[in-house]
Design a protein around this ligand. Structure first.
Ligand SMILES: [Zn+2]
Length: 447
């Protein structure tokens, strides 16, 4: 059976991930993501009404025109998890394929919300929920799709595996090796080891190289949780304002903030549209998340809530807000500019439970937000966070478990791939033979 892999997006950047695997006549697409930084750089661009080709030209969504060079039928579109760089282009591209979107329940719900906002294209693909550990047959030639549970900075992340008669194709985006995640099951390394040893083994492994230039091991989410506990407990005696900000989609982190806020005698309130969206979705699909926490999404209601907080006393509350990257329109930035009823005073605390995404735009915006907070007397706690992506020791462990015949580095640019290439070479792989460094828009024939 011929096996080809089309590296469509996310092979020159972190963002707009998309990869297609053809096994004989059957094709499976992994991820259809958005490169949000290409959208945000234009002031107030609304993508909902935009045409795919314009977004492709901007570099915001994958250029899927290479799909016409793959001869076969798309059987499934499989987002690995709910981050926008993996699902954000489904509303713009999925309608071109007569295939269902197959994902875990939380990811499916986020896809449904994404599609609701879409104004340009109709969407009538089926959305099929499959849990981690589930399998589904693909086409009529003996291929099977399997979801292996992994741990990442969003709940219900999986690595999809396409089992073919020639061996397994393991799509390894995005994960860290977490044996004590705060929500959900640990990464299923046992299953990865089995897949590496059963049948024809692993024909190809496509790997997330986000942190491949970093030595050592990515800590567990439980380490970030302890760090957060330490920071918030140290503020227990403080009776002024405490504000926290983190990734809205990071449900486990938001949950930890809510719990520790309560433990130090404050009422947590989630503020901001995306905070309300992701946490609301987590509650809706039955994830282990505090059900009684107040969430406020719209600007007018947010300002009313902040007014209420000021009247009742800042010391009784812990607002969890959007804006950890200093995004100009996010709530924390508005608070920093003094545009909300919440008054910051000398000594008030702002906890960033996030790291700055290493891009000049983010770095500049976050710098500005922190300076503005500081001008009002606020004290900043930054980097109360762990990454969601493997570092080098995790990569070694994955190679040892899977023993893949071929490797394709992904989810980075060329400089980001470099550490992973060195690592693979030290394990006996060779560029051009079984280690395929590639760019967007290429097709690699494996069999
Ligand atoms: Zn991700």
């Amino acid at each position: 059976m011929e096996i080809e892999i089309a590296t469509i997006g996310g092979y020159e950047e972190v963002g707009r991930q998309m990869t297609a695997v053809r096994a004989g006549d059957d094709i499976v697409i992994f991820d259809m993501g958005l490169n949000l930084s290409k959208v945000l750089i234009h002031d107030n661009l609304r993508t909902e009404g935009m045409h795919s080709l314009d977004l492709i030209d901007m570099g915001a969504i994958p250029d899927d025109r290479v799909m016409s060079d793959l001869e076969g039928d798309v059987q499934a579109i499989v987002p690995s998890h709910g981050h926008l760089d993996h699902i954000g282009a489904i509303s713009k591209l999925a309608h071109r394929y007569d295939a269902p979107v197959v994902a875990t329940p939380f990811t499916c719900e986020l896809v449904r919300e994404e599609i609701e906002d879409e104004q340009k294209f109709g969407f009538d693909n089926d959305i099929v929920e499959m849990e981690a550990g589930g399998t589904m047959s693909i086409g009529d030639h003996g291929c099977e799709l399997e979801f292996v549970n992994v741990t990442h900075s969003i709940v219900q992340a999986i690595n999809p595996v396409l089992h073919t008669p020639e061996g397994a194709i393991v799509y390894g985006l995005d994960k860290r090796m977490d044996h004590t995640p705060v929500i959900g099951d640990p990464i299923d390394m046992e299953r990865f080891r089995e897949i590496g040893r059963e049948g024809n083994g692993v024909l190809c492994y496509i790997e997330d190289c986000t942190n491949a230039n970093k030595k050592g091991r990515t800590p567990s989410e439980s380490v970030a949780r302890e760090h957060l506990r330490d920071v918030l407990y140290s503020m227990e005696e403080y009776d002024g304002g405490i504000i926290a900000s983190t990734f809205s989609s990071h449900i486990a982190r938001v949950k930890s903030i809510i719990e520790f806020a309560r433990e130090i005698g404050r009422q947590p309130i989630l503020l901001g549209r995306s905070m309300e969206q992701y946490s609301g979705t987590a509650k809706q699909v039955g994830i282990d998340f505090p059900s009684d926490v107040e969430m406020v999404g719209y600007r007018q209601s947010i300002d009313q809530t902040l007014e209420r907080i000021m009247n009742d006393g800042k010391g009784n509350f812990l607002p969890v807000v959007t804006g950890h990257q200093g995004e100009p329109r996010a709530l924390l930035t508005r608070m920093a500019r003094g545009e909300t009823p919440y008054d910051l005073e000398d000594g008030d605390k702002v906890v960033f439970s996030a790291r700055i995404i290493p891009e000049p735009t983010n770095e500049g915006q976050r710098y500005q937000a922190e300076k503005l907070l500081g001008m009002q007397g606020a004290r900043v706690y930054d980097d109360v966070h762990v990454s969601g992506h493997l570092r080098q020791e995790g990569h070694y462990e994955m190679l040892d478990a899977l023993q893949p015949q071929h490797i394709i580095p992904a989810h980075q640019d060329l400089s980001g791939f470099s550490g992973y290439v060195d690592l693979c070479e030290s394990e006996g792989y060779q560029m051009g033979r079984d280690l395929h460094v590639t760019r967007n828009g290429n097709i690699i024939q494996l069999v």
